[in-house]
Design a protein around this ligand. Structure first.
Ligand code: NAD
Ligand code: UFG
Length: 346
C-alpha cells in the first residue's frame, strides 16, 4: 500500500517510515519541520535503501494538503502531526487546540472531497485520565485530562469517531464508509537499532528517557526524579515504556488493518509491563556502563502514579505484540545518543 505520514519527520513518524518501507509499503511524508529535521528522512532512506516522497507543508493548510493528497492518493493516512509538550500546552492552549484540531479537520475535509477512506491516528494513554485503574482497556470510559494537550487527543478521537459514524450512513460517495483506527500509545522510547534515527527533543527534555540519555552523555548534570513517595514498590511512578520500533511495527499492522476494514477501532499500543522511574535509571546505567546521576525532587503536577496497557486487543485484532524489553530500549537509546550527542544538529 501507499501510506502518507503527516508529521513523518518526527520521532515516531520517522521510525514508522522505516517499518513501513521494510514491510514493502510506499511512504510519503508531509511535515512543516516545526519539531523535526529533514535529516531524519534522509536517514530513513539510508537505513532502508528506499526513497520517501517528501513534502514540506502545514497539514492545516487545506489547499496545499488537498493538492498533495490528490497527487499521492494514499491507501492510508497515518496522522502523527501535532504539538505534544504537556507543560507547553498549559501555557499555550490556543496554539495547541488550533494546531492539533485543525490538522485533523483539514485531513477529514480533504479525505471526503477526494474520496479517501482510511486514517490511523496517534492518540495517547493520557485519554484514560486520572480515575481509571491500570491495566487500561480500550472499553474503559475516557477520563478527564489534566492538560490541554491531553484534551486535544480526547477531542480528535471524538471528531474522528463522529466523522466515521456519519460516513457509514453517507451513500453519496466521498468518504462513505471511513475506516478509523485510534492508536493509544503508552510511553514510546528508544531508537532504531542502527543508531541513525532517534528522539531529538529541542531544548530541555520534558520526558524521562531523553533526559536520562542527555545526563549519560554529559549534556546535563543529573536527573531529577519527580517524587519517591508514591504508593509503588520503590515510591516512583510506573509507566509502560514501549520500544519505538515495536510501536512502529504496530503502525504497519494498524495501517494494513485500517485499509482492509470499515468502522472505528481504538487500540492500545503498549507492552502491558510497568516499570518505575528508578527501574529505568538502573537499566540505562547498565546499558551505558556507568550509573546515571539522579536526585529526588518533588512530585510533578499532573503526573498520574501508574499507567500501563492491557495489550490484548492489539494482539487479537492486529496480531501484534511488543517484542523488545527495557534492555533493548536502553541499549538502542544509548547507541543513538552516544553516536549523535547533539541529535540531528551536528
Ligand atoms: P514529534 O514532535 O517528534 O513529531 C510530530 C511531527 O509533527 C514533527 O515532525 C512536527 O514538525 C510535525 N508537525 C506538527 N504540527 C504540524 C503541522 N501543523 N503540519 C505539519 N507538520 C506538523 O512527536 P512524536 O513523539 O513523534 O509524536 C507523534 C504523534 O504521537 C503526536 O501526535 C503525539 O502527540 C503523539 N504521541 C506521542 C507520544 C510520545 O510520548 N512521543 C505519546 C502519545 C502520543
Ligand atoms: N520523570 C522524572 N524526571 C524527569 C522526567 C520524567 O522523574 O525529568 C518521571 C515522571 O514523573 C513520570 C515518568 O518519569 O513518572 C515518565 O515521564 P514522561 O514525561 O517521560 O512521560 P509521561 O508518562 O508523563 O508522559 C507521557 C507522554 C505524554 C502523555 C502522557 C500521559 O509523553 O505525551 O504520557 O499518557 F500525555
Amino acid at each position: 500500500m501507499k501510506a502518507l505520514l503527516t508529521g513523518g519527520a518526527g520521532y515516531i513518524g520517522s521510525h514508522t517510515a522505516v517499518a513501513m518501507l521494510e514491510a514493502g509499503h510506499e511512504v510519503a511524508v508531509v511535515d512543516n519541520y516545526y519539531n523535526s529535521s529533514e535529516e531524519a528522512i534522509r536517514r530513513v532512506e539510508k537505513i532502508t535503501g528506499k526513497s520517501v516522497s517528501m513534502y514540506e507543508a502545514d497539514v492545516a493548510d487545506k489547499s496545499k494538503m488537498k493538492e498533495i493528497l490528490a497527487g499521492e492518493m494514499p491507501d492510508c493516512i497515518i496522522h502523527f502531526a501535532g504539538l505534544k509538550a504537556v507543560g507547553e500546552s498549559v501555557e499555550k492552549p490556543v496554539e495547541y487546540y488550533r494546531n492539533n484540531i485543525d490538522t485533523t479537520l483539514t485531513l477529514l475535509e480533504c479525505m471526503k472531497e477526494l474520496g479517501l477512506g482510511n486514517i490511523v491516528f496517534s492518540s495517547s494513554a493520557t485519554v484514560y485520565g486520572e480515575d481509571n485503574i491500570p491495566p487500561f482497556t480500550e472499553n474503559m470510559p475516557k477520563g478527564s485530562c489534566t492538560n490541554p494537550y491531553g484534551w486535544t487527543k480526547w477531542m480528535q478521537e471524538q471528531i474522528l469517531t463522529d466523522a466515521q459514524k456519519a460516513s457509514a450512513g453517507d451513500a453519496s460517495g466521498g468518504s462513505a464508509g471511513l475506516s478509523v483506527v485510534l492508536l493509544r500509545y503508552f510511553n514510546p522510547v528508544g531508537a532504531h537499532e542502527s543508531g541513525l534515527i532517534g528522539e531529538d527533543p529541542k531544548g530541555i527534555p520534558n520526558n524521562l528517557m531523553p533526559y536520562i540519555s542527555q545526563v549519560a552523555v554529559g549534556r546535563r548534570d543529573h536527573l531529577t526524579v519527580f517524587g519517591n513517595d508514591y504508593d509503588t514498590p520503590d515510591g516512583t511512578c510506573r509507566r509502560d515504556y514501549i520500544h519505538v520500533m515495536d510501536l512502529a511495527e504496530g503502525h504497519v499492522k494498524a495501517a494494513e488493518y485500517c485499509a482492509a476494514h470499515k468502522g472505528t477501532e481504538v487500540i492500545n499500543l503498549g507492552t502491558g509491563e510497568p516499570y518505575s522511574v528508578l527501574d529505568m535509571v538502573k537499566a540505562f546505567g547498565e546499558a551505558c556502563g556507568k550509573p546515571v546521576k539522579y536526585e529526588i525532587g518533588p512530585r510533578r503536577a499532573g503526573d498520574v502514579q501508574d499507567s500501563w496497557a492491557d495489550a490484548d486487543k492489539a494482539k487479537e485484532l492486529l496480531g501484534w505484540k511488543a517484542s523488545r524489553g527495557i534492555r533493548e530500549i536502553c541499549r538502542d537509546a544509548w547507541k543513538w545518543q552516544s553516536s549523535n550527542p547533539e541529535g540531528y544538529g551536528k
